[in-house]
Design a protein around this ligand. Structure first.
Ligand SMILES: CC(=O)NCCS(=O)(=O)O
Length: 349
């Protein structure tokens, strides 16, 4: 048994699982997303370089990835701190910060935010998608990648003594690249060694979540302690969703607050509304999956912050929970999704 067994590892150290409270399992507090810039549509070039103002907020909400400055959440630490104080006031306890190597993880900033706000913050170990893997990363063996991930959890990451409390979000594209497959196998090996929680970012294809889980499973990963993120934009058919759910991972709907007409990363996808997300949660609860559901906003661009007219980190607590209750989801089920399921996932074996 390690000192982490039965505990949760935050950026300020180990805590008891019961201290977590209401938890958003997929957020970012500081990151940069230049890797995923989408050139603006012809005619929109001026909007894409204009300073962020009220009159272009709607365009920004519809085209968040086409405005380079909007991708720099790491410029907004003061605004994020204010938001976290509001999150606490709204009844929030913990944020799982999913920024991994490749999208500018900044552990000292996370530690300072946790100290300044009293919100428990967990940091993520490992690597984002292939497009952000350095040449050095791509050359690494599975064993070397495993050693690095294990060390980020046991000793600290990025040259600091700040320890990660989860592995992920581990980035995968579609199709999954060779380098991403190595990272997935390393993730499974590290999880076997550490008994820790894992969270996966699937590629933008309905087959991507199952493929990532299969690779983890074959490498010995504990799927019952693994979260599949971004199901809101990945699997739409209810039968296919139930097939995927049978694989046993946590099922995460983590794009609450994102309502856009054209999902520029995959124009075939109709991004659901928040009301539709609540309907899917109700469906999965009816099918017996209330112990496997997790929710979050995955804030990763400036326009999602209240400073820029966005919904902020408290949207779920303030607006989505009442909607869930009004659609027949019970308070006990809400508490499972926001408190019990995150607690079980985040506790080291
Ligand atoms: C930071 C991150 O990976 N966000 C996910 C965006 S996506 O559109 O759901 O892939």
């Amino acid at each position: 048994m390690s000192e982490r067994s039965g505990k949760v590892q935050t950026v300020l150290g180990l805590i008891e699982p019961d201290q977590l409270g209401r938890t958003m399992t997929h957020e970012h507090l500081t990151m940069a997303f230049e890797c995923c810039h989408v050139p603006p549509a012809p005619g929109d070039e001026d909007l894409a370089t204009a300073p962020i103002k009220m009159k272009n907020i709607h365009w920004l909400q519809q085209n968040p990835y086409s405005h380079k400055e909007n991708l720099l959440l790491n410029q907004e630490t003061e605004a994020v701190k204010e938001e976290l104080l509001c999150y606490r006031k709204a009844g929030g306890g913990t944020i799982v910060e999913n920024t991994t190597t490749g999208i500018h993880r900044n552990l000292p900033v996370l530690r300072q935010l946790a100290k300044d706000t009293g919100v428990h913050v967990l940091a993520g170990a490992g690597y984002y998608v292939d497009a952000t893997h350095s040449d050095e990363t791509k050359k690494m063996t599975v064993e070397k990648l495993t050693d690095i991930i294990v060390s980020e959890v046991l000793h600290g990451a990025d040259g600091t003594d700040i320890r990660c409390g989860v592995i992920g979000e581990i980035g995968t594209s579609w199709p999954i690249t060779e380098s991403e497959k190595k990272v997935l196998r390393a993730t499974a090996h590290a999880q076997t060694h550490l008994g820790c929680p894992v969270i996966i970012h699937p590629g933008r294809n309905k087959a991507a979540p199952a493929e990532a889980i299969r690779i983890l499973q074959e490498a010995g990963g504990d799927i019952s302690k693994t979260v599949m993120s971004h199901l809101d934009r990945s699997i739409f058919d209810h039968g296919e969703l139930l097939e995927f759910a049978k694989m046993g991972s946590y099922l995460e709907y983590d794009l609450f607050g994102t309502e856009m007409l054209n999902y520029t990363f995959n124009l075939d996808v109709d991004m659901p509304s928040d009301s539709q997300r609540v309907q899917i949660l109700a469906f999965l609860i009816k099918e017996g999956y209330e112990d496997r559901l997790l929710i979050a906003h995955d804030i990763h661009t400036k326009n999602r912050l209240t400073k820029y007219g966005g919904h902020g980190y408290s949207h779920i607590l303030k607006n989505i929970v009442p909607k869930m209750l009004s659609r027949g989801i019970t308070q006990n089920q809400v508490d499972k999704i926001l408190i019990d399921n995150p607690k079980h996932w985040l506790t080291f074996k």
